[in-house]
Design a protein around this ligand. Structure first.
Ligand code: SAM
Length: 330
């Protein structure tokens, strides 16, 4: 990217930008209380304030100044476990503008899009800033995360949440973060290329594929996060049709809790049914194309010879995927 990295906070040590705090709880920090039924309560510690629940009240002053990891008892005998919230706990309880990337998916994005310390990452949209926090953690203070957001009110929510999580000193932003108001398609070309990773969490990622291809370094990764199968199909086909990316890899992750108590060892009864799909692909070097897969038409697919009706939004494939069993060694 053309602009210099904004490491202008010599007064803030690099480790301060992890979002992790040590030592006694301070006023202004967030805490997470877990009651005896496992219910969570997250709030900011304010001297003189009280936390109320169906088990009476608790004074914030009882918690300020103590090392996290203790139990407090409320005025009506309720017991609460007190810790600072972890990043995955913070993002599901922080104020939201747009829907957030859930922790299980943020973890997959960091792993599958191979986000590393020092990486130059671009994301859109910033939304509520949930994924931004994971990306900033992964690139560290010497990386760069440029977040585009179309809507000013969402950008403001993201700014506040990121600021809150990293507990930035007054007026300081994370040194690796560059939040830009506007459309990724227009802003990306102005970054001057040399982007290592692009993460797209928006309604129409397929419309950004050309801009992403121009910005990514050879070997760079694009990762799209989409909620529906129609979006999934469209973004995969657009990446394929572009020709300058490797075969797109669609993913979904399902996470299930387990109940383990004595001989009662079984999967939990509840799980999050669906969040979104991920698609990753790597940028080829300029002028290079990936080898075409050997394919034969599948009956009933919208292939080159298909002339019947099909949903207006689903493009016909120029090549129809082979119908095979699972390739477990791939
Ligand atoms: C689902 S939200 C993103 C949530 C975010 N990743 C998080 O974890 O908090 C999608 C956001 O993308 C923004 N958006 C949609 N198209 C965009 C574009 N072309 N450029 C920048 N932002 C865009 C929307 O305004 C919306 O806030």
């Amino acid at each position: 990217m053309s602009e210099p990295l904004p490491h202008d906070r010599a007064d803030v040590p690099a480790e301060a930008w992890s979002g992790v705090h040590r030592g006694p709880l301070r006023e202004g920090e967030w805490v997470r209380l877990t009651d005896q039924k496992g219910r969570k309560h997250n709030f900011e510690l304010v001297a003189g304030k009280r936390f109320f629940s169906n088990k009476g009240h608790l004074d914030h002053d009882e918690m300020i100044g103590r090392d996290e990891g203790f139990t407090v008892t409320s005025s009506a005998g309720g017991q609460y476990l007190v810790f600072r919230p972890l990043l995955n706990e913070f993002v599901v309880s922080m104020p939201r503008g747009a829907a957030v990337v859930y922790p299980k998916d943020a973890a997959q994005i960091v792993a599958l899009a191979d986000i590393y310390p020092g990486a130059r990452v671009v994301e859109a949209g910033a939304g509520s800033g949930a994924l931004t926090c994971s990306l900033l953690r992964a690139v560290g203070p010497w990386g760069r995360v440029t977040s585009f957001e179309l809507r000013e009110e969402f950008a403001e929510v993201a700014r506040r949440n990121v600021h809150q999580f990293f507990s930035a000193p007054e007026g300081a932003t994370h040194p690796a973060w560059d939040l830009r108001l506007g459309d990724l398609k227009e802003g990306l070309p102005r970054l001057g290329g040399q982007v290592d990773r692009v993460i797209l969490d928006m309604l129409d990622p397929w419309n950004c594929v050309d801009a992403v291809a121009d910005a990514l370094v050879p070997g760079g990764i694009v990762c799209a996060y989409v909620a529906t199968t129609t979006q999934l199909s469209r973004v995969v086909e657009t990446l394929r049709a572009h020709g300058g990316f490797t075969e797109p890899q669609p993913w979904e992750s399902l996470v299930r809790d387990w109940h383990v108590e004595g001989l009662a060892v079984r999967p939990g009864h509840k799980m999050i049914g669906h969040t979104a799909f991920l698609v990753t692909a790597r940028r080829m070097a300029p002028g290079e194309k990936p080898p075409r897969k050997t394919r034969r038409p599948a009956p009933g697919a919208y292939g080159p010879d298909y002339t019947g009706p099909r949903p207006a939004d689903v493009p016909a494939l120029d090549v129809v995927p082979e119908v095979t069993g699972p390739d477990l060694d791939a």
